[in-house]
Design a protein around this ligand. Structure first.
Ligand code: BDR
Ligand code: CA
Length: 303
């Protein structure tokens, strides 16, 4: 399966990219970047740095800098650190972005690879909504869209109602759910059941001193946030769980429903079942230990 990750790295994004590089069933053919955990230029620099460390030479196409209808974005640096990688603040700027902007790149890749291509969107859905707007055939060309976002049957993480990726661009998310490609939504319903603890990072670093050690180091900041603010011992493998859902669908309990996003008011960013929108597959449960074990097994095989 050919895979593009649309991403805002970001600590759990870095874990997901490492997983995609290690998993034999996935062929990473590019990354597209978006604002969210960081500003977009930081997401792109971090994406290029990760690919360099992983020894992968695939394009990084830079995408949207702000949500639909907004001029700028305020990054989640209290969760992911000032540069997106926790306490690590000097991140080498290696290589260059692809000449084509993210949404156009996604359109072109879907035209070229069609059913074979899966896009895993693990940041705000702005680039995906832009691609849908650029090409009326984008949704039907694409094999599948797997989204890390939303909290359908459980509370949110940035408010009682909303999950961060959807909250960061609710209008773009609504546009995607009104005209979805074949879509699987992996929200907090699943990803808060895939907690990764400090001892898991230590074991990972022992087997994989370079990449595992890097992930352990950058995750200290993230684990502190989870402990002090969320009150949980361990961090959600949010973005990795979505990447795992691209190939290991059997680990997820899926329910089919249309979805709508609240775009204004107190409940902004909420993802609600809505039968008037086309159906998507929503994960309402997951075999958490199986996801954690699979993540560790593959990432531990990296140098
Ligand atoms: C999502 O928000 C971001 O902070 C994470 O990278 C993940 O994609 C979790 O709500
Ligand atoms: Ca992310």
């Amino acid at each position: 399966m050919k895979l593009i990750i649309d991403t805002d790295p970001g600590i759990d994004d870095a874990m997901a990219i490492a997983y995609a590089a290690a998993a034999p069933e996935l062929e990473l053919v590019g990354l597209t970047t978006v604002f969210g955990n960081t500003h977009t230029h930081q997401s792109s620099r971090n994406a290029r740095y990760l690919l360099h460390r992983l020894g992968l030479s695939v394009p990084v196409a830079q995408g949207a800098r702000a949500a639909w209808g907004k001029a700028e974005h305020n990054p989640s640096s209290h969760v992911h650190g000032p540069e997106g990688f926790g306490d690590l603040v000097e991140i080498p700027d290696i290589g260059e972005n692809h000449a084509t902007p993210a949404a156009e790149f996604l359109v072109q890749m879907a035209q070229e690879h069609r059913d074979e291509l899966v896009i895993c969107a693990v940041g705000p859905l702005t680039n995906i909504a832009d691609a849908l707007g650029l090409d009326p055939e984008f949704a039907s060309n694409l094999g599948r869209l797997v989204i890390m976002g939303g909290a359908v049957f459980v509370p949110g993480n940035v408010s009682a109602h909303a999950e961060a990726n959807i909250h960061n661009d609710p209008r773009a998310a609504q546009a995607v759910f009104q005209n979805p490609p074949k879509t699987v939504l992996v929200g907090l319903d699943a990803t808060m059941k895939t907690l990764y603890q400090s001892s898991d990072f230590e074991a990972l670093a022992q087997h994989s001193p370079d990449m595992g050690g890097f992930l352990r180091d950058i995750s200290e900041f993230y684990l502190r946030f989870y402990k002090e603010v969320v009150g949980v011992d361990g961090c959600g493998l949010h973005d990795s769980t979505a990447v795992i859902a691209c190939s290991h669908t059997h680990m997820f309990d899926l329910v089919e429903t249309g979805l709508s996003v609240v775009t204004d008011g107190d409940r902004v960013g909420a993802t609600l079942p809505d039968a008037s929108n086309p159906p998507v597959q929503v994960c309402r449960d997951v075999d958490g230990p199986a996801v954690v074990e699979l993540f560790t097994r593959h990432v531990a095989s990296l140098p």
